[in-house]
Ligand binder design. Structure first.
Ligand code: GDP
Length: 297
């Protein structure tokens, strides 16, 4: 599971301060030096780490924490609260449009897990929210993507809207919207194309799909294993397209995971779900507080 290394190191560091009857500024500074290294080693973006450390220090040293009866525990509480905040604070739910259907664009680089996650999200919406989504195969460039989504649709007994790979993704999206209204679908999940790298052509096309469908959510699917590149990808998608949230995939893998934590901080949009396996039901709503508690033990 992701964050294991980080969890181990942070728990080791915090243990030293937890039971201390007296804690001084120097203790906090030393602890935060170790926390800083642990976060950097887990691949959390350095700017994000810098701000996190400054925020924790300010609170831990400034808020009468050190004079309290249980200073060690209070310091740890501050770390926990700030880590929760870093990962998004409150859990963020998926949008529900006042005027159905709610439209969700799935975007991200090729291989991030968009198609798989589109199926997982459709399954989640039906199972947990009793919804009736239409999946849309708008990734016409990756040869197997349309087939893959259709296979997921069959497996779930859920409809997939596809016009093959000779119609432009913008037209596919427009026609899918008409079909969704006709068939009374309350969600439309558009699986868009990814590239190996962010490029202008990809962005132009996504912007056109956005204009054609006015999505309620644009969810960036990010592979947690991609390290710092995940941060750059998130920044450019957000700048050029404007995202409303992220889904972190492959958190089940043996990944350091830190880059994924940074996605929230650099885009200021919430992490909505985490992918935790290849199976169709391996998708979990992302709970910042629970995740922070898991990491800090
Ligand atoms: P796309 O190019 O973004 O559409 O990526 P795909 O949906 O085809 O996924 C790429 C690979 O990642 C596939 O082999 C998926 O099974 C795998 N994958 C996606 N999400 C997860 C996840 O949460 N955990 C694991 N272990 N594998 C995943």
């Amino acid at each position: 599971m992701a964050f294991e290394g980080l969890a181990e190191r942070l728990q080791g560091t915090l243990k030293k301060i937890r039971g201390k009857g007296k804690v001084n500024e120097q203790d906090v500074k030393e602890m935060m030096r170790e926390v800083r290294l642990a976060l950097l080693e887990a691949d959390v973006n350095f700017k994000v780490v810098k701000k996190f450390i400054a925020d924790v220090k300010e609170r831990a040293i400034g808020e009468e924490v050190l004079d309290s009866l249980t200073p060690g525990q209070q310091v740890i509480k501050v770390v926990n609260e700030e880590l929760t905040k870093l990962m998004g604070g409150e859990q963020s739910k998926i949008a529900v449009s006042q005027k159905p259907p709610t439209v969700i664009m799935m975007v991200g680089l090729q291989g991030a897990g968009k198609t798989t996650t589109t199926g997982k999200l459709a399954n989640h919406l039906r199972k947990k929210h009793n919804r009736n989504p239409l999946m849309v195969a708008a990734d016409i460039y990756r040869p197997a993507a349309i087939k893959q989504l259709e296979t997921l649709g069959k497996q779930l007994s859920m409809p997939v809207f596809s016009l093959g790979d000779q119609v432009s993704p913008v037209d596919i999206a427009k026609q899918a919207m008409a079909k969704a209204k006709e068939d009374h679908h309350d969600y439309v999940l558009i699986d868009t194309a990814g590239r190996l790298h962010v490029d202008n052509e990809l962005m132009d096309e996504l912007v056109q799909i956005k204009e054609a469908t006015s999505p309620d959510e644009i969810l960036l699917v990010v592979d947690a294993m991609t390290g710092q590149d995940a941060v750059n990808v998130a920044e450019s998608f957000n700048e050029q397209l404007g995202i409303t949230g992220a889904i972190l995939t492959k958190l089940d893998g043996d990944t350091r995971g830190g880059a994924a934590i940074s996605v929230k901080a650099v885009t200021d949009t919430p992490i909505k779900f985490a992918g935790v396996g290849e199976k169709i039901d391996a998708l979990e709503p992302f709970h910042p507080e629970r995740m922070a508690s898991r990491i800090l033990g």
